[in-house]
Design a binder for this molecule. Structure first.
Ligand code: GLC
Length: 539
């Protein structure tokens, strides 16, 4: 298998509006990111995935694009973008753009034309169905609530929107649409972009009449066409967001022959802590044994036949330390444990901004939330008669704004994120949890991440070694090995605040410890609360 640069890379995700504000308007921007490149270099990452910064009405914080070839004035200009690419490059960091290709904004010039009439040359850029006002073509629901169809009287038709009404679905069946998209991607490649994250890519080949929204029959043919047209050049990295991905489909998406993408984000492990068949807001405890089983299944299935992306957090998910760890007493230990668990596996690890300092979920008044998904749900569930307490509880646990509070840089006003009024409230714990403090403390989560990233760079076994799950039925310990011809690693992680006896640790006690979140001497046969350790032995 060809060794591509992104196989031992670590990728850092920036949510630009919440990262760093350089001009005091309360909104993070490109110049703000440029001022933090040295920080990211110090952390040791290889590439930055930027959530969308294109021109957009910001209905869904930029995932609704009205011009794919311009930067939204909120974030800066094309010159700022060129400067960011160049400044990052001079530090050995590549910039990965977020491509939102399933839908555009309803304010995109294509859609403004398309909705004028059925004969408009752009009409067929979107997905339309005939119908009668008030009678939807079918029962399809939109991702952010309500029906997936919106009536346009000028055309006497409905258009499809799998997300908000302001995000009309592009019609991939139209070859002109695909051509325009490839041209636009090439334009970014020529500007020096190092790769792309492809938003809800499994949804582009929809067949709404058959109620098919993801993994439609044409998905893989389209991906192959796009890959050939634009991705198979300049060592680009491409990662598709695919909520519906299975290990079988991932073998296609991430085929090592490079015919589609480098890898996909799969969400099987992320979808576990909700009630079966219900929405993410219907909370349920994490079935830990199944969590391990699923991650192990992905490790095994893609070994030497595909490639995994590794993540516990992104801009759509709650903070991992609050979700899978303990954001109170054992915040530091559990954040390091989760990092060990993830970075020990095979695949490309992703760090979401603030994860490297153990940022946590937040709790705000409903008026202070900003996310369209969460606000729509609040309205819908209130109308359905859910109690306010119940709704707020699910927002605290699952709301996307948990990950979108401003990055905590220091203990000054607004956590050093802005000199103005932040677009969303800073998490009040910033005086304790911030970058400045973490950089000064040699035992911080930040330094632990730095060490893990260095390990990945120095130990090929972390990139290549075979994965095997141990203790599959254990209700609190996540244990696995990575094995090469000459060496074996044992990754041991405790997911509980109790001290546990652990004979596996006892068996390895004389082997070399590569990294740990505790001092090893005081307990040779037990795991302390949220303990994590990587042992290494020669074979
Ligand atoms: C993806 C994005 C999310 C966005 C949605 C619609 O899931 O990650 O933030 O709302 O697509 O574009």
């Amino acid at each position: 298998m060809k060794q591509s640069w992104w196989k031992n890379a670590v990728i850092y995700q920036i949510y630009p509006r919440s990262f760093c504000d350089s001009n005091g308007d309360g909104m993070g921007d490109l110049q703000g990111i440029i001022t933090k490149l040295d920080y990211l270099k110090e952390l040791g990452i290889d590439a930055i995935w930027l959530s969308p910064v294109y021109r957009s009405p910001q209905d869904d914080n930029g995932y609704d694009i009205s011009d794919y070839q311009d930067i939204d004035p909120l974030f800066g200009t094309l010159e700022d973008m060129d400067e960011l690419i160049a400044q990052a490059k001079s530090r050995g960091i590549r910039i990965i753009m977020d491509l939102v290709l399933n839908h555009s904004s309803d304010e995109h010039p294509w859609f403004l034309e398309a909705k004028k009439s059925r004969d408009n040359p752009y009409h067929d850029y979107y997905v339309w169905r005939d119908g009668v006002e008030g009678q939807y073509p079918n029962e399809l629901k939109a991702g952010f609530g309500g029906p997936a169809w919106e009536w346009v009287p000028e055309c006497g038709q409905y258009y499809l929107h799998q997300f908000s009404v302001k995000q009309p679905d592009l019609n991939w069946e139209n070859p002109k649409v695909r051509e325009e998209i490839y041209k636009m991607i090439q334009w970014w490649v020529d500007r020096g972009i190092g790769g792309f994250r492809l938003d809800v890519i499994d949804q582009i080949a929809k067949e709404p009449d058959r109620m098919i929204t993801s993994e439609g029959p044409m998905l893989h043919p389209y991906l192959k066409e796009m890959s050939k047209a634009v991705f198979q050049q300049k060592d680009l990295v491409t990662v598709g967001e695919a909520w519906s991905a299975t290990p079988e489909s991932a073998l296609l998406y991430s085929n090592p022959d490079g015919s589609e993408l480098s890898m996909v984000f799969q969400f099987e492990h992320i979808l576990l802590d909700q009630q079966p068949g219900k929405e993410k807001w219907d909370l349920a405890p994490l079935p830990f044994v199944q969590f391990k089983e699923i991650l192990a299944k992905w490790q095994k299935a893609l070994y030497q036949k595909g490639w995994n992306s590794l993540f516990f957090e992104n801009h759509d998910l709650p903070r991992s330390v609050s979700r899978f760890g303990d954001d109170g007493k054992y915040r530091v230990e559990s954040a390091k444990m989760l990092a060990t668990c993830l970075h020990g596996m095979q695949g490309t690890p992703y760090i979401y901004q603030g994860q490297e300092i153990g940022m946590t979920n937040t709790r705000m008044e409903i008026e202070d939330y900003r996310d369209i998904e969460l606000l729509n749900m609040y309205k819908e569930r209130t109308e359905k008669g859910y109690s306010k307490e119940e709704i707020m509880e699910s927002i605290y646990v699952k709301g996307r704004d948990n990950a979108r509070t401003p990055m905590q840089w220091n203990d000054e006003e607004n956590a050093g994120f802005t000199k103005g009024t932040p677009w969303i409230k800073v998490n009040p714990n910033y005086a304790d949890i911030n970058v400045e403090k973490a950089r000064k403390d040699p035992d911080s989560i930040f330094h632990y991440y730095q060490e893990l990233i260095q390990l990945r760079k120095s130990l090929p076994i972390l990139t290549e070694g075979a994965f095997d799950l141990l203790l599959p039925e254990d209700p609190s310990i996540f244990a696995y090995t990575r094995t090469s011809k000459t060496e074996q690693l044992l990754i041991l992680c405790s997911f509980t605040g109790q001290e546990l006896p652990c004979s596996l640790k006892e068996q390895w006690k004389d082997e070399e410890v590569l990294i740990s979140n505790y001092d090893q001497d005081s307990c040779k046969d037990c795991l302390r609360p949220y303990e994590a350790v990587i042992f290494s032995r020669k074979l």
